[in-house]
Ligand binder design. Sequence first.
Ligand code: SF4
Length: 402
Amino acid sequence: MSVVSLVRVTHDDERGIAEAVRRSIELTGGLEDIVKPGDLVLIKPNLVAVPAGRLTGAITRWEVCKAVADLVKERGARPVIAESSAVGVDTEKVVEAGEYDRLREMGYKVVDLKKSPGAKIKVPDGRVVFSELGSFELVRKANAIISVPVLKTHDQTEVTLSMKNLKGLLDESTKRAFHQKGLLEGVVDLVMTLRPKLMTVVDATIGQEGLGPIFGVPVSMGLVLASKDLVAADAVGSRIMGYDPKEVMITVRAAARGIGEMDLDKIQVVGGATIEEVEKRFKRASETELEGVPPFKLLMTEGACTGCRNTVISSIMDLKSQGLEGSLEGKYIIAGPLDEKSLPEGAKRENTVLVGICARYLQGRGTYAQGCPPNNIFVVRAIVGEDQNIERRYATEKGADA
Ligand code: SF4
């Protein structure tokens, strides 16, 4: 039976978090089976983009990574905290915003993967047409990888937890390709590639609801979760946020490919706290209200899934944050499977944006934003029109979702 530990943080400080992390890992059987003396252990926080503040639930707290690194050191192994932030985002700026430079001052290795040597890793049973993935030498060499995500909602995948967090181990062009060719199955390919020496420690001290991965609202939770079954951890994590794990397509697809257990009845939750005691319904990204934008038509056809729905909402928020929402006026934004006959009257080539590969058959009838779901930047660009400056401004200041 898969085990997920769910431990309360009694004191929200470095020591209290370290105690909770230690207990959560011990309850999963400790690190002995995945970390051997001398091993190189890659600790992967979520440092997706510069947050509004380090305690907003957008990024992993350094205290959690430090606690994991200390346990790795106790095993006589070599911990390295490593991340490549979202496409176009300067990882060092996120490191700075998250105060990870404090860890550097204490002698811990914190690596910006984008500045480290690249490497290809072979995909054993890929579904997203990649036989190898663009990654980094450190990832290829690591003897074990510990995913340390935050408990939060996400505009494209409902939630982002242990598995989605691993996407930060890919180089920029592979991240982009995931969005073009299939993000959900691509993440599962990645997890299958990195197995078997994987585990997760989820920073659920402060979660984030609403428009994740960075524009959401913090939710104080005071928890740490750990598991050697990433699917089980993500199923429990999403349930704690009020989702049925079946709503989270990465979890569903990973379980279908036999990577782990998503059935909560078959997962043993240990650590004292129960899911029922700690669960809170997090506001979904799709529940974000779109105020203050000019009139436009948004058509989600029957069959459009939340991936494109949330991407459109998130892209509109991105436009607003750039002062570009005026570009929406009179536009028809359409996502999901559709045919010529279902195009609304008034939708012309020049005022129509077709979002996602489900709408690709009509790409000659509007500006097409490719992907499943597309990266926000493709949707933003399709709405605003081709303008090289937009990508640069968007990516460096706000962080393209990746
Ligand atoms: S392209 Fe289709 S399947 Fe993919 S996220 Fe959009 S609506 Fe869903």
